[in-house]
Structures are given as structure tokens and as C-alpha cells.
Design a protein around this ligand. Structure first.
Ligand SMILES: [Zn+2]
Ligand SMILES: [Zn+2]
Length: 335
């Protein structure tokens, strides 16, 4: 079969690889859609916890193609969305509702071959049957949406919270639509792309600011009270460091965007103490795949406008290796 293989940092190729037969307890899925995520770009650059060679692709939907031994309840042709993370169920984190911190954490497309290929084998218990009303495009959004749901569970935003969000890409947009539903009052969004800001306003942001006007619009001189919640969905170090400037008393900060590993920022510990700040992260999915699936099934979040384009595997190599248009949101691969 054909697959996109990252053979080492900055080395992506499309080539023939063996078809992944399902092992006992597994299904082999014919991939219909695989979303490209910022994490895949980090894997491509050798900045994330993958070993090489690896077929990336952890946001995907498809059709059951072959059923391994000891698997019940599935039929060839079933349409599925697949949770990518595999946790052990035995460690102290798995046993205390923190499975995203499992000491044996693995993920399809990170450290086991993923869905940027014609076929992918997956543990059967990670597959979720899609209703006929859910299309494959939406099915491949369940995983990113599950990251958003985990972030919401971490944040515990209160009705009326004033929220500032950096980054209006596909993940930022899913956060915007979700934060409206969990009760944000003000929802100020910052990005470099006017098109992304326009979409943010359309789906519930109360104010959209181009990055270069940030200080004059909401800097401490014009808005000394700051915000109750500040979220980074860019993963860009200079933005993260600056984000703390906008934190009001008792504010919560959420690191949602993924940076390269082993980077650092400066943070004023006096302010952290003096203003009662809470600083938190949100790593991948944590018992949030089914809630995200339910949310998309009921169209609570509209992911359709976030899909910028659908490309094939060969075009995906260019996507990794060439400069990208800043206005692009989600790009999906149809192998
Ligand atoms: Zn992702
Ligand atoms: Zn575990």
C-alpha cells in the first residue's frame, strides 16, 4: 500500500509499504480522511516524541476493511472514527482518571504507524462507530475536538469569564465555539490572519485583534484589569511569554498550543504569587473522545468551515516541506 513515511527529521516521502494485517484484537481500517495537525509538523521536524521511521496521522476516520482474531461486534464496511491513544490501564495515572499521563502512553501516528496511508491497523476497542449522519470529514475532527474537550475540563471556565485566546487556527476556532457554549462573556481572539479573525467573530468571539495591534487594543495601559483566562493556541514562544502580560488577578493560563520540546520562557514568580495565578497545560485526550464525538454528532461545534482543503498523499509531502499559507486552517488527506 501507499503511505507517507517520515524517515527522519525533515525527511518525508510517499512510498510502498506492507499492508498492515490486523493482529489479534485489532481492526485494519481503510483510511478515508486523515487530518494534518501541528503535532505532525513537530514530528516531521524531529521535535516530538516519535521514533523514526513513522507513518504519521492520528486524526482520522475510515471504513473497517479487515477484522483480526478475537474481535467481536464489527463488520467489514462499518464506518469509524478512531481514538489514537493507547494507555495501559494498569499504572497509577490510568487508575486515577489521568490516562493521558500513562507511563506506557502510546499513540497511533506518534509511536505506532498512523493514518497517512491507505490502511492503518488499530486496536478494536479504540474504534467508534459513526452514525450515517456523520461524514468522514467530521469523523476526522473527533480527535482534535477531544483535545478541546480535555482542555475545557482542565479550564473549568465559569459563566461570565473574560477570556483571551491567542491563535485562531483550526484548534483555536474549535475552542472559540466551545468557550461560547461554556459561558464566556468577553472572548477576545488574537491572530495574524484577518480571515481567521473574521471567522472567530462569526462564531462568537466578541473582539478580534490583529497581532500587530495587540498592545494598543488591550495592553495594560488601556486595560489594566486584564483577563480571567488566557489561552495560548499558537505554541509560539514569544507569544506565550507575552500572554502573561494580560493575566488579571486570579487568572488561569492554559498552554494548549504545542511548542518544540526543551524550550523555555521567562515568568515573573512574584506576579504568579501576588496575583493568585493558576498555570496549567492540557495534554491530548483524557476520557474526552466520546464526549467530543457526541458534541460533533449533535452539531454543537460546526467543524465544516474549518476544513480548508483535502489533498492526496503526494501533496501532503509538499505540505510538510514547503512554506504554508497563514490563512490555512485544517487540511485533510484523502489517501
Ligand atoms: Zn493532533
Ligand atoms: Zn497507564
Amino acid at each position: 500500500m501507499k503511505a507517507l513515511v517520515i524517515e527522519g527529521p525533515y525527511q518525508a516521502v510517499v512510498k510502498e509499504v506492507p499492508y498492515p494485517k490486523p493482529a489479534a484484537g485489532e481492526l485494519t481500517i481503510k483510511v478515508e480522511r486523515a487530518g494534518i495537525c501541528g503535532t505532525d509538523v513537530h514530528i516531521f521536524k524531529g521535535e516530538f516524541m516519535s521514533s523514526f521511521p513513522i507513518i504519521p496521522g492520528h486524526e482520522f476516520s475510515g471504513v473497517v476493511h479487515e477484522i483480526g482474531e478475537n474481535v467481536e461486534g464489527w463488520q467489514v464496511g462499518d464506518r469509524v472514527a478512531v481514538e489514537p491513544t493507547q494507555t495501559c490501564g494498569k499504572c497509577r495515572y490510568c487508575k486515577t482518571q489521568r490516562a493521558n499521563q500513562c507511563t506506557n502512553w502510546r499513540a497511533i501516528g506518534v509511536n505506532r504507524n498512523g493514518a497517512m496511508a491507505e490502511f492503518v491497523s488499530v486496536p478494536a476497542q479504540l474504534a467508534l462507530k459513526m452514525p450515517d449522519s456523520m461524514d468522514f470529514e467530521t469523523g476526522a475532527f473527533v480527535e482534535p475536538m477531544a483535545c478541546v474537550v480535555h482542555a475545557l475540563n482542565r479550564l473549568q471556565a465559569k459563566a461570565g469569564d473574560r477570556i483571551l485566546l491567542f491563535g485562531a487556527g483550526a484548534m483555536g476556532q474549535q475552542l472559540i465555539q466551545s468557550l461560547v457554549k461554556v459561558g464566556a462573556s468577553e472572548l477576545v481572539v488574537v491572530d495574524i490572519s484577518q480571515e481567521k479573525l473574521d471567522m472567530a467573530l462569526k462564531y462568537g468571539a466578541t473582539k478580534a485583534i490583529e497581532s500587530k495591534h495587540l498592545m494598543e487594543e488591550i495592553g495594560p495601559e488601556v486595560r489594566p484589569e486584564g483577563f480571567d483566562i488566557v489561552i495560548d493556541a499558537t505554541g509560539i514562544l514569544s507569544i506565550i511569554e507575552q500572554a502573561f502580560t494580560f493575566m488579571g488577578p486570579t487568572a488561569k493560563y492554559l498552554q494548549f498550543g504545542v511548542t518544540a520540546q526543551n524550550e523555555s520562557i521567562r515568568l515573573d514568580p512574584f506576579e504568579l504569587y501576588n496575583k493568585d495565578w493558576t498555570v496549567m497545560g492540557s495534554m491530548a485526550i483524557n476520557y474526552s473522545f466520546i464526549p467530543a464525538f457526541e458534541w460533533l454528532k449533535e452539531n454543537r461545534v460546526n467543524v465544516k468551515p474549518l476544513l480548508s482543503k483535502v489533498i492526496n498523499l503526494d501533496e501532503a509531502v509538499d505540505f510538510f516541506t514547503q512554506p504554508r499559507d497563514a490563512a490555512l486552517m485544517k487540511v485533510q488527506i484523502k489517501p
